[in-house]
Design a protein around this ligand. Structure first.
Ligand SMILES: [Zn+2]
Ligand SMILES: [Zn+2]
Length: 335
């Protein structure tokens, strides 16, 4: 099959993904074999490809927002031809103290799709049968793909931040995840304030119902109840913290940050403000979010790249040149 294989981590401008023929994946018990219909591009893919996250395996195939069609390992529950989603959390041990506590997102021995096991920048992929999610037929492949990480982890970020209906919520950065989170927030009647770089991202935020939109260094005109940061930048985290009311929460939706600068405890954190990270996702997050997405008819804005242009897709994400989400599609799937 054709796949985009990471040779060795380096800046994406060096085109570290090689588009090449590799051996077809071999089905094992407890797995399904999927023909990939679409695979969303996540900022985490960029961190893997550029080496911000240490490599787990050589020759990795990235991609963890996979819409696939079951072509092997079908069961009565998941018949051949069904369309399913695969997410970042590719599996857990089910036995560690976190799994037993219902916190499988913190599992001590997880597998991550497109990082510790091969992902969806390919024509075929394997997935654990108990870590796939049936997709509503109404949801087109291209619209479904970005929901599977950008959507689910954005949704988890809102949960971690403790967002209540009607609250004032700040989104710092406005990429694939934030442009889905804002639609969820608007459905909860929240006031949304967006600070982001790039005029087209600001225009998109305004068109999706942001009450106020500013540049990445601008502070919203009101004190926020909650803030979610999406940029891999500690400066942005501090800007979000500085925008909170007492008792407010910042949730950091980023697997990697450049660093966190020194900041003033008395002025910024005192007052029972909280700074929290958002780590991975649970299967319950995925199920709850996909149900909500269908209910509110959530449709991401997508830009399609053929598999041959996987490097270009990552370059575009790095440069904030994509409004909404980038989605990779194997050549045979381009209608
Ligand atoms: Zn575990
Ligand atoms: Zn992701």
């Amino acid at each position: 099959m054709k796949a985009a294989v990471l040779t060795s981590p380096q800046p994406v401008s060096q085109r570290p993904l090689r588009i090449t023929e590799v051996a077809d994946p071999q089905l094992k018990p407890g797995q399904v074999l999927l023909r990939v219909r679409a695979c969303g591009v996540c900022r985490t893919d960029l961190h893997i490809v550029e080496g911000d996250l240490p490599p787990k395996e050589s020759g990795m195939i990235p991609g963890h927002q996979i819409v696939g069609e079951v072509v092997g390992g079908a069961t009565k529950e998941i018949p051949s031809g069904s369309r399913v989603g695969v997410c970042w959390l590719g599996g857990t041990d089910g036995t560690c103290s976190y799994c037993k506590r219902g916190q499988e997102n913190l599992c001590d021995a997880p597998t991550f799709t497109g990082y510790s096991v091969a992902g969806g920048y390919a024509e075929y992929v394997l997935a654990r049968s108990d870590f796939i999610f049936p997709l509503p037929t109404a949801l087109d492949d291209l619209y479904a793909a970005p929901l599977l990480c950008a959507g689910i982890i954005g949704f988890r970020s809102l949960r971690v931040a403790g967002v209540e209906p009607g609250e004032r919520v700040g989104l710092f950065g406005f990429g694939a995840s934030a442009h889905l989170a804002i639609v969820v927030l608007r459905s909860w009647k929240c006031e949304v304030y967006v600070s982001t770089r790039g005029k087209s991202h600001r225009d998109l935020a305004a068109s999706l119902g942001a009450l106020w939109v500013g540049s990445e260094t601008e502070k919203p005109p009101v004190e926020l109840d909650r803030a979610i940061t999406f940029a891999p930048s500690g400066d942005v985290v501090i800007a979000a913290l500085a925008s909170l009311r007492k008792g407010g929460v910042v949730a950091i939706n980023a697997i990697h940050l450049d660093r966190i600068p020194q900041f003033d405890y008395d002025g910024l954190l005192w007052g029972e403000r909280q700074l929290r990270s958002v780590t991975n996702m649970t299967r319950a997050d995925a199920r709850d979010f996909l149900a909500l997405a269908a209910e509110i008819n959530l449709k991401p804005k997508v830009t399609v790249f053929p598999l041959d242009q996987a490097n270009e897709a990552l370059i575009a994400v790095k440069n904030d040149a994509v409004d909404g989400a980038a989605v990779i599609v194997p050549a045979g799937r381009l209608a």
